[in-house]
Design a protein around this ligand. Sequence first.
Ligand SMILES: [Ca+2]
Ligand SMILES: [Ca+2]
Ligand SMILES: [Ca+2]
Ligand SMILES: [Ca+2]
Length: 683
Amino acid sequence: MKKIKLVVLMLFASFSFAQAQTLPIDFETGTFNITNFDGGSLTVIDNPQSSGINTSKKVARMIKNAGEQWAGSYITLDNSIDFTTKKIFKMKVFSPKVGTKVLLKVENPSDDKIFYEKEMITTLANKWEELQFDYSKIDITNAYRNLVIIFDLGTKGDGSANFTYLLDDILLEEGTVIPADAPTTAAPAPPAYNASKVISIFSESFTDLDGTNFNPYWQQTTVGSIENYGGNKLFKLLNLNYQGIELAGEVNAASMKYLHLDVWTTNETKLDIYPISRTTGEKKASLTPLKLNQWNSFNIKLSDITTQGFNLADLFQFKIVGAGGHSVYIDNLYLYDDNAAPDTEAPANFTATLSTVTYNSIKLLLKASDNSGAVNFYITVGATTTKIGAASGVQKSYEFTRLPSSTEFTFSITAKDPAENSASNNPIQIVTTTHPAPPAPVVSSPTPPSRLAENVISIFSDAYTNVANTNFNPWWQQSSWFSSEQVGGNEVVKYENFNYQGIEIGSPVNASTLQFLHIDVWTPNETSLSISPISKTTGEKAFKITPVKLNEWNSYNIPLSSFTIQGLSVADIIHLKFVGSGKSIIYLDNIYFYKGSITAISDLKSETTISYYPNPVMNDLNIQSVTEIESVDVYTITGQKIKSVALETSTAVIDLNDITKGTYFVAVTLKNGTRSIQKIVKK
Ligand SMILES: [Ca+2]
Ligand SMILES: [Ca+2]
Ligand SMILES: [Ca+2]
Ligand SMILES: [Ca+2]
């Protein structure tokens, strides 16, 4: 707004000094210290429009005459306004038209550069309405005494009925500003229910579940918030496309019959709510018809949802979906059973049995039936009790994981219905001992040879500089548990409960000038392991590194040609993926791409002097080396080892008579630890 110089104002001002005033101002008694400026004229008159929300006797009338577009008036109060706790201005206004701009400004009486202002717009024509001005951001270290009022700032008045406005009841309140689209009344009060017959998520009429997150970030455009308007809490969804609600844990709602919610909206055209179960996902319930500007109370029959295959016993989220861009207010979101009779019947047929035990997990099977439709199991082990919900008559399995090995556990299990009626055979005790832990590596993996920096790109190794910012445990929905451990003073990566695992390399790897992917693997129980580099452009290609020798380090040098021959580009490797047979343990170390012919300058001579002939080969393959050969292994193109010969000579003759025509890799391991791999063709 254009700044109004107090000095200028004084020239045009007319004064009517009298009794000083403080907030609230209702204009009923006394006179007011009013200053009009630049065409504004504020006078106290008998209420000419006694109706609606203002039937008081006296009001103030502002006539905006021809003058400046900022024409208005101010009231000088007795003292500075106290904004320490109350920061919402309210003022009743009667305007001849919808969309009248109403500016309420406070100013320091001696320095007009110190001010705060808010402008609101009328929503009614020729009716009293209360406007709210949010002063929550005002700098309360300043003093403000003048209350400035300007109607239709930016438009010059003409003194006509079109520029005549009434105002009254200027007051300051605590709380928050209630937006124009908010409910004008409270939602209908829910009936009273027995505690076991209601599960309340959001309502002041019941005890709500603890820990619900009403505004989780699910990439929505919605601005979700809990608002408190005049002591009534509402769940507000502004600019709604969709909104999630996350319960603190699984809720057993199997005994509930209805889902209730109250909805208020000024503009939403389509609204759906989805209960979400941990095991069976989401099911939709449409909220129709949706009437605008009034409370819509919905009671959704849960059997309509459960018959679609929805498990109410592990309800854990809700999703609310709108047409897009509208505002919705929700209150009284709860599940209930409309049968008022208290449940006095205890759960029957309660069984608890041991399912599977491993070195670190114990799985229990639980089952009971109850007339309510729901049963809760309480498993106490040591000082901890875990509550598990189930539907009546449905077997529930529960697994305790990450337990110490070779340890005895005593589980004391009780079954109760939601009304806390106890099964007659409570508690059932199960005593069991976890199995001994599988072997773990005690010696470090083989130390990789020193290599020139340009010949190696390392993902994980203590020997080379690794690619920065690699994520060894991205969430790819795997069952695997990741940890990093020290083995013989050397860091290794451990995946336990391993089914598959991704590694997201910190930046894309261009291995097109390199020849091998090296990896060291130690496992007590995995017998089928494949590794897949994943290229940004060409996807993933697998190579099976079998057989894995158990309880020792296995070193693999996988020719990159075994991936490129399948169509993989090694110029943009972004991830590595490992796939096992499930629930195994693997330790990985020294994961790197390298160029094999040069390990270091000093190794140049020895390695390049290994020769293979003839190639292509019919029967015998001759291998000659200047240093002693330890072993020769023959692999298929997919990495399956089909031949292994242990030697202690510098020449070898490998009989390839018995293998079928095709391409193979021959890996020579020298006594000095270096390894060379050659592609050969069998005719
Ligand atoms: Ca009044
Ligand atoms: Ca409420
Ligand atoms: Ca019962
Ligand atoms: Ca290491």
